[in-house]
Design a protein around this ligand. Structure first.
Ligand SMILES: [Zn+2]
Length: 295
């Protein structure tokens, strides 16, 4: 299967910048890790797509961004984390959650997410991480992220996200378009962008019909001159590693680490601590010596 990728550009008059994501490979990687049922696949896939598009707008190499959806629906909590180039990883609390299709034949993502909140956290450069929380508008993810941009960043943003799940449970097509207005955007361009966005309501269908990212950009920016800046691959990628996880456990303190081993022993698991990464499923085993304080 072809790699996931992002195409970025800007309107020639500087009114807006945009990014188009083709992400079926990312969604299928998430299915492989989390064994999601179709509704969970669509919800997590959209959130990963939103995080990837937002991540691709970060400036510095060390910048990261996370989206956390805390809903009262069957899916529980969802998290997606992106690096500054749009590589993502994610987690859904109840991957087996699945609801009947809606009357229009679409997966009921909003129903499975339920009412709740979206929190956007950004770790950018020096200083405290920034975090903003908004109530969910519909739980359909794209609208919720757009409402975050309007409320917390005062940056009008048009966002379409879609995931098409095939009858075999695999992702057939997925992707998204993010168009963000820049300061002093031209009013006529804004009107045109809003009209164009109506044609992107079924973004996964467009990819499923074989349209390229460039062709989708031409729909999003119809009648508006624009330039493409770059195009690059993105992937489902976890940043965990044995030493990073060992350091996180050591940071709990010697007493807490001793308690963890004591609990393992009490459960008959011997003096080995097993830790599984929520994002990629990697399994790490540690002995007390592995986690002894470092001088
Ligand atoms: Zn991991």
């Amino acid at each position: 299967m072809k790699n996931a990728s992002i195409l970025r550009g800007m309107t020639r008059d500087g009114s807006a910048r945009f990014a188009v994501l083709e992400s079926s490979a990312i969604v299928n990687a998430a299915i492989d890790v989390h064994h999601t049922a179709p509704t969970a696949t669509a919800a997590l896939g959209r959130l990963l797509g939103g995080a990837s598009l937002m991540g691709s707008l970060l400036k510095e190499k060390s910048d990261t961004l996370s989206l956390t959806v805390t809903g009262r629906g069957a899916l529980g909590k969802l998290i997606a984390v992106s690096d500054y180039m749009g590589n993502v990883r994610g987690y859904v609390q109840n991957p087996a959650a699945d609801l009947p299709l809606k009357e229009n034949g679409k997966l009921d993502v909003g129903g499975a997410v339920g009412a709740g909140t979206l929190t956007v956290s950004k770790d950018v450069g020096a200083g405290e991480p920034y975090s903003g929380t908004v109530p969910l508008v519909s739980g359909e993810i794209a609208e919720d992220i757009a409402s975050y941009f309007a409320a917390s960043e005062q940056t009008p943003t048009l966002l379409s996200l879609g995931v098409l799940v095939g009858v075999n449970g695999r992702c057939r097509a997925a992707g998204g378009v993010l168009v963000q207005l820049l300061p002093y955007a031209d009013g006529a361009v804004i009107d045109r962008l809003e009209k164009n966005a109506l044609s992107l309501s079924n973004i996964s269908g467009l990819f499923d019909h074989g349209l390229s990212k460039k062709e989708i950009a031409e729909i999003a920016l119809a009648d508006i001159p624009f330039d493409v800046f770059d195009e690059f691959d993105v992937a489902y990628r976890c940043s965990c590693g044995r030493e990073r996880i060992a350091a996180a456990i050591r940071s709990l303190g010697e007493k807490e680490v001793r308690t963890l081993f004591a609990e393992q022993k009490a459960e008959g698991k011997g003096e080995v601590l097993e830790v599984n990464c929520h994002f990629c499923g990697a399994r790490y085993l540690f002995t007390p010596q592995d986690l002894a304080p470092r001088s």
